[in-house]
Design a protein around this ligand. Structure first.
Ligand SMILES: Cc1cc2nc3c(=O)[nH]c(=O)nc-3n(C[C@H](O)[C@H](O)[C@H](O)COP(=O)(O)OP(=O)(O)OC[C@H]3O[C@@H](n4cnc5c(N)ncnc54)[C@H](O)[C@@H]3O)c2cc1C
Length: 264
């Protein structure tokens, strides 16, 4: 079978637009809360067709459906440094660019040389992090209606043992600090200027606060976890109450980092 994912993507996207069908580009879904009522539209998954992963000199090329963790491991294999921070972030390259994913003082925009995106008209553009307006957990990709096709990361030659040791250190930190035994979408809220969301939530007395099956993690107050039977409505109601309490007590507006799909 011969598959050309880009051509297929273009065909599907133009079909959706022509037929006025709502559509959604899904990566790994790690930053997503889907409505209990589901989604009436076409969900286009990138994780099966768009998975190219190649290295050349100090550059790594990865398609949008490739996992960020696998891309970071490839960098390690090539002895390239710069993507260590990303090894433990669950998600795809597409999702990581949209969110400008980051951790431990580094962000995707620091290592992204360029990305190829498809415009709503089916044109392919090659854009750098500035043109993609990548900033703290944001980019212009959704607003522009771009679909990420692939990305080129510019890394540096490093020492393989040191790269691996740093990845292991960060992985240990994650396991120690984050409630990884429960389903979650990672940090629920963005970091407000001059504050930490987790600290504000904890100071508001909301550690362990529960609505239905959704709970503010006892281990990390920045995470809303599913204790087993949480509905999306539970999660949203919990988030609403957290935002209200934090606004009342500290006059700080918490902005959702987690994206939603469907009606709430
Ligand atoms: C346990 C845990 C830990 C986490 N830790 C971190 C962390 O340290 N740092 C961090 O930044 N995030 C973290 N996250 C959040 C999440 O991993 C990131 O936001 C990740 O980048 C999401 O990627 P994804 O492929 O799952 O995107 P999805 O959740 O599938 O999608 C996110 C958004 O990107 C869009 N999108 C996806 N692919 C494309 C594409 N090809 N073209 C256009 N739009 C696209 C979607 O439409 C959606 O709007 C964590 C999540 C969990 C569950």
């Amino acid at each position: 079978m011969y598959v050309r994912p880009e051509t297929e993507l273009k065909t599907v996207l133009s079909f959706c637009r022509r037929e006025k069908l709502p559509f959604f580009i899904l990566g790994n879904g790690s930053n997503l809360l889907v409505s209990d009522a589901g989604y009436e539209g076409v969900v286009i998954s990138t994780t099966e067709g768009l998975t190219r992963l190649e290295a050349e000199g100090e550059r790594i090329f990865a398609s949008s459906g490739q996992l960020l963790s696998r891309t970071a491991k490839r960098a390690l294999k090539e002895g390239l440094t710069g993507l260590e921070f990303a090894a433990g972030i669950p998600g795809t390259i597409g999702g990581a660019l949209v969110m400008n994913a980051g951790a431990y003082g580094s962000e995707i925009k620091d290592v992204l040389e360029y990305a190829r995106v498809m415009t709503p008209e089916g044109e392919i553009l090659t854009l750098g992090p500035k043109e993609l307006k990548m900033d703290y957990r944001t980019s212009c990709i959704p607003a522009m209606g771009y679909t990420v096709l692939d990305a080129c990361f510019r890394l540096k030659k490093g020492n393989r043992d040191e790269i691996e040791a740093y990845m292991n250190e960060l992985s240990l930190k994650r396991r120690e600090k984050q409630p990884l035994q429960y389903p979650s979408a990672g940090s629920t809220f963005k970091r407000p200027k001059g504050h930490f969301a987790a600290r504000l939530i904890e100071d508001a007395g909301l550690k362990g606060f529960t609505v239905g099956g959704a709970q503010v993690s006892q281990k990390h107050s920045g995470f809303v976890i599913n204790r087993g039977d949480a509905t999306a409505a539970d999660v949203m109601e919990l988030c609403r109450q957290i935002r209200e309490r934090v606004k009342t007590q500290f006059d700080v507006e918490l902005e959702m980092e987690v994206k939603t799909l469907g009606k709430f």
